[in-house]
Design a binder for this molecule. Structure first.
Ligand SMILES: *[C@@H]1O[C@H](CO)[C@@H](O)[C@H](O)[C@H]1NC(C)=O
Ligand SMILES: *[C@@H]1O[C@H](CO)[C@@H](O)[C@H](O)[C@H]1NC(C)=O
Ligand SMILES: *[C@@H]1O[C@H](CO)[C@@H](O)[C@H](O)[C@H]1NC(C)=O
Ligand SMILES: *[C@@H]1O[C@H](CO)[C@@H](O)[C@H](O)[C@H]1NC(C)=O
Length: 325
């Protein structure tokens, strides 16, 4: 495997980020081989990720083993016994439509911003008791992050949330949706760096850029899977990172599992629930590869066995700051 080492300039230090090239031949025979090997999930050949370039273009979480920031939260008014066997944030907060919305990061290493924007949309709605139905713009976080990312470069969800805590984030729907101040631009690898922080909404949007800002509080990490569950039950979906293996891009349904992972291709997604399917416990996650990917944009991944090092990472979250106008 070829490893590309990128230098990401970070305030206040410098961190080396390595991304594995997700190499190898992906064809129907590869998918048949996957399906012959495991029993809890089904793979289907996904044309979108047929080339190594296409796979590499979406795995943009900076090395999950190095976590910036050190704010941990583990104080919940829920006992271990009160954690239900299954939970789905879409059912818990039905008035918050963003929870059931799947984004598409396109060929851009922006999962850190896209997953954070999705989570902060959900949390803004939940914290407002369903009165603020917003789609936070991933673009605004990507363009205006002074920490890392700068568009389609790897970064941490923590810094997307920190950007929202310091500078706020405007609204913005999907690419071409015309929704909000800054809809997703769909930048790509040929133009990985956005033209700086544009402090202006699209012309058709009536609210001024500064008046459209929504804020987060200081982001934090949550460690330990019982705390993850309590965090999601209390405050809503959160971001989780894991190591992506070759077979993952062809996931179609069931409970994905791969066991141990040595991959250095990292990815961040929205964690919104958990459950048990045919005896296999799972986490329910929303990916950001469009609603045609996987199970209508979602996937389940085995819970309690540290598959792909998901559970040895931290959950990243922030509370929404609800400003009463
Ligand atoms: C737990 O409940 C107490 C008392 O109602 C409250 O002060 C505290 O903020 C709550 N903590 C969390 C994490 O919700
Ligand atoms: C939240 O919204 C629901 C539905 O409108 C309402 O019944 C409830 O009283 C609200 N809760 C709070 C704490 O405002
Ligand atoms: C919430 O926002 C979405 C997207 O802007 C919109 O389609 C939907 O109608 C809104 N729902 C409510 C209840 O305001
Ligand atoms: C991961 O790396 C270790 C050490 O090189 C090796 O023993 C192990 O077989 C690898 N596991 C996988 C799943 O590739």
């Amino acid at each position: 495997m070829l490893t590309v080492v990128l230098l990401v300039t970070l305030f206040p230090g410098t961190i080396t980020v390595s991304i594995n090239k997700v190499d190898g031949l992906h064809d129907q025979a590869f998918v048949d081989e996957i399906n012959a090997k495991q029993t809890t999930w089904i793979a289907k050949f996904n044309e979108r990720f047929a080339t190594p370039e296409a796979r590499q273009a979406v795995l943009g979480l900076a090395d999950v083993t190095k976590t910036p920031g050190n704010v941990f939260v583990d104080d919940y008014n829920i006992t271990d016994d009160e954690i239900p066997e299954s939970f789905d944030a879409r059912q818990q907060w039905p008035r918050c439509e963003s929870i059931g919305h799947i984004r598409d990061q396109a060929a851009c290493l922006s999962c850190w911003a896209v997953s954070a924007a999705a989570v902060m949309s959900d949390r803004t709605c939940i914290a407002s008791n369903g009165t603020l139905n917003v789609s936070i713009s991933a673009d605004d976080l990507m363009e205006c992050s002074p920490f890392c990312g700068y568009g389609c470069e790897p970064c941490w969800p923590y810094f997307a949330m920190l950007t929202m805590a310091h500078f706020g984030a405007v609204t913005g729907g999907d690419h071409n949706s015309n929704v909000g101040c800054k809809p997703y631009l769909l930048p790509n690898q040929n133009n990985p760096r956005l033209p700086g922080c544009v402090r202006k909404c699209q012309n058709s949007y009536e609210t001024l850029y500064e008046d459209d800002k929504h804020y987060a509080l200081q982001p934090y990490y949550v460690s330990g899977i019982k705390n993850w569950q309590k965090e999601i039950m209390t405050n809503g979906p959160a971001v989780v990172g894991f190591q992506v293996e070759q077979d993952f891009v062809h996931y179609s349904s069931g409970v994905y599992s791969h066991g141990e992972s040595n991959s250095t291709a990292n990815h961040a997604v929205k964690l919104l629930g958990w459950g048990v399917e045919d005896g296999t416990p799972y986490w329910l996650c929303a990916n950001s590869w469009g609603s045609k990917w996987g199970d209508h944009g979602y996937f389940k991944i085995r819970r309690g066995s540290n598959d792909c090092n998901l559970e040895s990472n931290y959950l990243t979250a922030a509370s929404a700051k609800i400003v009463k106008k």
